[in-house]
Design a protein around this ligand. Structure first.
Ligand code: F6P
Length: 545
């Protein structure tokens, strides 16, 4: 029987004050808040590490921020941050550290974990990756028949797919254009079949990426890839020229037929959704080259240092996390939108879904008690301006408040200036429209007919952050991802949950492995399922051709 804990007011003395303060703030609108403080846009902006973080269009006052910062102190956030960076076993349900921050520590630095300097082995692996990457990029790595590699296909799922897939898309501008990159994740055979259509196996390298090397989807796709290649190249020896693995599990990699020299390792203290900076980023390094990959790591590291050492009131990821708590737990917002105004970031919302929702989608606190407060919200989003022509209407005039994160870059990657000015004007305009809306009086003054005024009135008062960076570079992508990683961590600390495990995905995996046996063996078993599931299985037996 799971014991219940009654809200966070029992834990944090400031929680009740925040509840009262919410009652004072909820009726105020952003127009008033901006009128009350002419310095607001300056007071509520932070410029650090070439990031301009504007949080002035949030439904907060300086008092709100003060109370939220007190909450962070009462939750011992600085102590938790330090524990994570020091390699303490903050992932306590799996008895592991969560040391993704060590992956981007510069060469020459050191971090002793249980008597071992982890940065040495991290940099050894990065160097092994870089050597391999150079051989692929300069064509000296030859396929089994002597051809250079023209297609790199990453096979993985979850964190072993979303990070490399997103980073490849985000950094395509910096990518080698003489190599095709593709990603296979879904166990749906269509994903595999469509991806390999027309490819020459003699020019194709598969990277099997899986922390555990047991994940059904990845192993199934990996085996199908091996069969596909062997059917065409007709020699087992071809495997060593066309398959490499990225994993923590050497035994399973060898069982698959990949030799240790073709394996890139990482460690159990790197969570799947935090693994982009590990060898899981191998396809990214092939695409952008080692130097750009090191810049990506440097961007992550800058934000790590900022998160670890900057006072809470000037700490961007801490403020991002606290604002999320404010909307989630006081305004009862169920979702949050991620709206990048950069085409190359089209996969960023999908990437953040795993990072945020697999991390903070938890209903049990650190002591194993069922929580009685809301934890992680639903994250979703789309690149601007596309979203403006689909779902923004609901944010502007629907009945739900949806906090938004706008992300934009001051400089374009392609020098088509009129496009970029339009793009930027749209992101600024949307944040303005969402915050300040349009009143009936203003519409009347503009001569809008009385009948149409209710339909054209824009309530405004929808909160947003704007994260502005100079340009989409590898380093800036690293900064952006690290901001969200640490915002997620901040929220997890306040909610007193473990953001580093994911037990919720296990039940479905177990049921699927049982059901697949039943699907394959019609009428052979006594179906131990609810009547709906049992009927679906029978339906498959009866109707499949
Ligand atoms: O779906 C659960 C999960 O464990 C994710 O956390 C992880 O990123 C993904 O599966 C893939 O796991 P692996 O890298 O071990 O194949």
């Amino acid at each position: 029987m799971i014991k219940k804990v009654n809200g966070l007011s029992n834990i944090y003395p400031v929680w009740n004050r925040l509840e009262e303060h919410y009652q004072e703030i909820k009726g105020k609108n952003l127009r008033q808040l901006f009128t009350e403080n002419s310095q607001r846009s300056k007071d509520m902006a932070i410029e650090e590490m070439d990031i301009y973080f504007d949080y002035s269009k949030n439904r907060v006052t300086s008092e709100t921020i003060g109370l939220l910062l007190k909450l962070a102190q009462e939750a011992d956030l600085p102590k938790h941050i330090e524990a994570m960076f020091q390699g303490e076993k903050v992932n306590f349900t799996e008895n592991r550290a969560a040391l993704h921050t060590a992956l981007r520590m510069p060469k020459g630095s050191s971090l002793l974990v249980e008597g071992e300097d982890v940065t040495t082995k991290i940099h050894q692996e990065l160097e092994k990756m870089a050597d391999f990457v150079e051989e692929i990029r300069d064509g000296s790595w030859r396929g089994f028949t002597g051809k250079p590699i023209r297609n790199v296909i990453n096979i993985g799922i979850g964190g072993s797919d979303l990070g490399p897939r997103m980073a490849h898309e985000a950094l395509r501008f910096y990518s080698a254009r003489n190599i095709n990159f593709a990603f296979i994740s879904n166990v749906d055979g269509t994903d595999f079949s469509e991806t390999v259509q027309g490819l020459d196996p003699a020019e194709t390298l598969f990277i099997i990426s899986s922390k555990t090397f047991t994940t059904t989807e990845t192993m199934t796709n990996g085996c199908t890839a091996r069969d596909w290649l062997l059917e065409r190249l007709k020699d087992e020896n071809a495997i060593s020229r066309h398959f490499v693995a990225v994993s923590t599990n050497q035994t399973k990699v060898e069982d698959f037929g990949i030799a240790p020299e073709n394996m890139f390792v990482f460690w159990d203290w790197v969570g799947g959704r935090y693994s982009l900076c590990s060898a899981i980023g191998l396809s990214t390094m092939i695409a952008i080259g080692p130097d750009n990959f090191y810049s990506l790591l440097e961007g992550f590291h800058q934000v790590d240092e900022h998160f670890r050492h900057t006072p809470l009131e000037k700490n961007i990821p801490v403020l991002m996390g606290l604002l999320s708590i404010w909307y989630n737990n006081f305004f009862n917002c169920q979702t949050a939108a991620i709206l990048p105004y950069e085409q190359y970031l089209k996969l960023f919302p999908a990437y953040l879904q795993q990072l945020t929702m697999e991390s903070n989608g938890k209903n049990v606190d650190r002591e194993g008690r069922a929580v009685t407060y809301q934890t992680g919200p639903v994250y979703w989003g789309e690149v601007g301006t596309n979203g403006q022509h689909s779902f923004y209407q609901l944010i502007h005039q629907g009945t739900k408040m949806i906090p938004c994160d706008f992300i934009a870059f001051l400089e374009p990657l392609y020098n088509i200036i009129p496009h970029h000015e339009l793009l930027l004007s749209n992101v600024f305009a949307q944040a303005e429209a969402l915050a300040f809306g349009k009143t009936a009086e203003e519409l009347k003054e503009e001569g809008i007919s009385k009948k149409l005024i209710p339909f054209q009135t824009m309530p405004g008062n929808n909160p947003s952050n704007l994260i502005l960076l100079d340009k989409l570079t590898p380093a800036n992508l690293g900064k952006l991802v690290a901001l969200y990683e640490h915002s997620v961590f901040t929220q997890g600390v306040i909610w007193r949950i473990n953001p580093f495990d994911q037990w919720g995905v296990e039940l479905g995996k177990k049921l699927a492995s049982k059901i697949v046996q039943e699907l394959r063996n019609p009428h052979s078993s006594d179906l131990q399922h609810d009547s709906s599931t049992a009927q679906l299985i029978r339906c498959y037996w009866n109707r499949k051709k």
